[in-house]
Design a protein around this ligand. Sequence first.
Ligand code: ASP
Ligand code: MG
Length: 423
Amino acid sequence: MGLVVQKYGGSSVADAEGIKRVAKRIVDAKKTGHQVVVVVSAMGDTTDELIDLAEQVSPIPAGREFDMLLTAGERISMALLAMAIKNLGHEAQSFTGSQAGVITDSVHNKARIIDVTPGRIRTALDEGNIAIVAGFQGVSQDKKDITTLGRGGSDTTAVALAAALDAEVCEIYTDVDGVFTADPRVVPNARKIDWISFGDMLELASSGSKVLLHRCVEYARRYNIPIHVRSSFSGLQGTWVSNEPQGDRKVEQAIISGVAHDTSEAKITVVGVPDKPGEAATIFRAIADNEINIDMVVQNVSAASTGLTDISFTLPKTEGRKAVDALEKTKPKIGFHSLRYDDQIAKISLVGAGMKTNPGVTAGFFEALSNAGVNIELISTSEIRISVVTRADEVNEAVRAVHTAFGLDSDSDEAVVYGGSGR
Ligand code: ASP
Ligand code: MG
């Protein structure tokens, strides 16, 4: 029997009852003969509450202290979980990220893991303990300060530990039964996916699917760690995310894996840009110099009569203000006409490696939107994804229409959301 890493999200350990329920599951895994490492998130909405508290004290809390504060959430749940396990008659020890050897760079609030040296975890396991590790945190290599990995970062902690400890699998326990063909909150008859490749999962994650973070999947792919996403509230098999279907489960690669949507982006249109070399470069240099990530970019054909064109792009709404200010500053240099900012948009994406070899997927996608009366504002594609931008208030209808058109609907409403937030 090998080693398993299990990660429990905040809604699975929201209260004392939840912690006791999770403790039982962990002990069951240990009883099957596995060595068990558990990564745990902060209880319920603790992280949000700590953020609120910090903002009441200071509008711009310093990164170092902010991280020190936020990591307290996971310390509470790790200690309580270890106590609950001991209460069931099994040995457990809890460790902070730093004690577990999670070494990061020094970018507070969104640090990246650069090394994992889990010596103390190995020792604890060899002595017969279940090791409980606080997720979402590490220690910076240079200054030895406590860091956090960005919201939802516990999944990344779990995969990183699984890689460093050469685990058989990284189980991510959440409040839904796995990865679904669409967000079950929007499409009640979405279907649970039994197996999905890292590639399709990465596209879903970057297209707005919230069940797994892009960074965590990227890490798992790099070290080839199979992830099993499942519910801590049911005993059901969840979704396997890996290079190949696991063991004897002969699952065929679906043509379409799912439909994702994202309402966190805004669209900026630069109107009346002179159609000559260097203009797009200047615009996007100004954006990049402000550390703003952009997503879709579209340039129109210029009108022959004016020699002017429009350039549109999407970006996180949270960066909207900064981007508009940066562009206003380049106006004298470029001489564009005006800027249009629109945050009432949604992005809908269809993802599946099978679209490479199945002509007609793009046409079917656009037909489904057209039948639903949804207007397309921007289009972008990759080899295994098509995305469109629509009006925000049409997103639910559009997602359902596309889901049905590609035969993804399940006969029953199998998607159950057990907890609160889907984390
Ligand atoms: N507690 C942190 C958050 O809420 C990390 C996590 O849940 O993964 O973002
Ligand atoms: Mg959380």
